[in-house]
Design a protein around this ligand. Sequence first.
Ligand code: GDR
Length: 330
Amino acid sequence: MPRAFITGITGQDGQHLASFLHSKGYDVYGMVKGQSNPHVGAVLEEMPFIEMVPGDLADLPSLVAALNMAQPDEVYNLGAISFVALSFNQAELTANITGLGVLRMLEAIRMVGGSQNNPIRFYQASSSEMFGKVRETPQNEQTPFHPRSPYGCAKVFGHDIVVNYRESYDLFACSGILFNHEGPRRGIEFVTRKVTNAVARIKLGLQHELVLGNLDSKRDWGYAGDYVRAMWLMLQQDVPEDYVIATGETHSIEELVERSFGEVGIDDWRQYVRQDPKFFRPAEVDLLIGDSSKARERLGWMPEIDFPTLISMMVAHDLQVEAAKAGIEL
Ligand code: GDR
């Protein structure tokens, strides 16, 4: 059985990827840091097949020990400080984990290596946030980076060091430049889930307003379940390369809000929404839209879930969860 090692196993993508790889017959190892990660229990309850291994992206010896224990064929580095807004307040921590963490993982892979015939293959979660103040539209693998946050800067370092290690040491290392990808497993701090959850609670009478920041920025939103397939496909190729993964459609936050309220039959959504400067960022990424032609041609990858279906799925999920929590029958 092939063996996969995933950092960020308790995050949205870690969960989707673990379930996808398990269905493909992989043994799945997940790296967890700290003594009592609050999400581990819930993830294991749903996916008891995951073997949890201790390790921390800030601690190279722990990464070496974790890889020695798991002996993986494939490593997926999804672990990061991934909330852009937080990265402005914890810039050094973000640089250390989201940026230098990639370097440490690459070093650990060089040390542990895998068998000679079967060297470890590495996937790095790069991000559309690297494009930031975009130099061209849509963005593809050749578009220059102009990050707008400490998170974006750290991801640029991670991306560049993957390219450098691939060229210097002939590692099988790829980066997927993933545009925003969402779903019911998304953390509540990210705007899609914050909105769909609030809409569900407002519909159920459990909440009365939704407080947001900038409603004008535009994102290329896909479904996380579609995007983890692309990660795996990148590692099955003969040659390691980087790929943009995106839907090629963009929508504003305002459209997201309008559509989400529309799902529960609320048209006059403005009476529920308030803007607060505390949710605005010191520098914003105004417009993202990805050109994923390379992935579509070379990997045969295509997103299956479109924006309306994604929002509908998330609102329906949040209605179920919030109603069950409050003991309301739908
Ligand atoms: P993003 O995702 O920064 O694009 O990064 P997020 O959902 O946090 O923000 C998207 C846009 O919405 C605007 N916005 C708000 N955002 C949040 N979180 N909360 C609000 O109340 C709010 N109001 C408006 C933001 O200003 C922004 O323009 C995500 C992360 O998953 C990264 O880790 C990943 O790399 C990229 O997507 C691709």
